[in-house]
Design a protein around this ligand. Structure first.
Ligand code: NI
Length: 188
């Protein structure tokens, strides 16, 4: 197991479509193990492979339900069905989203309340998850990563400009920026 550096917006792998997994080998197993370790250390509720610099369609998630029951796993080569997205303005308190690749920042964003995600686990068994609320938000966020979209790309004004200013202020938005969970103290 090891914790991998998380790349920050501007790194090209975050902004392009990730490739389908076609080889189910030890490299894939190591990647998924390291993604769990990195997600836990960050900590985050989800992590997509491009965030550790690997352009493959893989994400992990960890979001226990209100009773503390585990909802944790990996989805490989996912498909996502998304319900309607409200056209109301996002709530700054309850709909503020964050991303480990834009660390320390949060901005509100409307997402679909309901989703259905399917894909494969590490043993190539089919996975299907129907989710709502914040759990549904996580899958929309992680799936976006696999298509090269960050949540900040979806923001409306004034949040889009605020996010752009933050990226510029930190010197991000160019290749080569990353942080290491457990070493760099970033309140993501
Ligand atoms: Ni993210």
């Amino acid at each position: 197991m090891s914790i991998r550096p998380i790349v920050i917006t501007g790194e090209p792998v975050l902004h392009q479509r990730a490739a389908e997994v076609t080889e189910w080998n030890d490299d894939l197993k190591d990647l998924v193990e390291d993604m769990f370790d990195t997600m836990d250390e960050a900590p985050g509720v989800g992590l997509a492979a491009p965030q550790v610099g690997v352009g493959l369609r893989v994400f992990t998630y960890d979001y226990p339900d209100d009773d503390g029951n585990e909802r944790r796993g990996v989805i490989i080569n996912p498909t996502l069905e998304v319900g309607p997205i409200s056209t109301e303005l996002p709530d700054e308190d309850t709909e503020a989203e964050g991303c480990l690749s834009v660390p320390g920042e949060r901005f509100p964003l409307k997402r679909a309340e309901h989703i259905r995600v399917t894909g494969l686990d590490l043993e190539q068994n089919p996975v299907e998850i129907v989710a709502e609320g914040w759990y549904a938000r996580i899958f929309q966020h992680e799936f976006d990563h696999l298509d090269g979209t960050l949540y900040v790309d979806r923001l409306i004004e004034p949040y889009a400009s605020m996010a752009a200013s933050a990226v510029e202020e930190f010197g991000w938005g160019v290749p080569g920026c990353s942080w290491l969970p457990g070493r760099d103290d970033i309140d993501a």
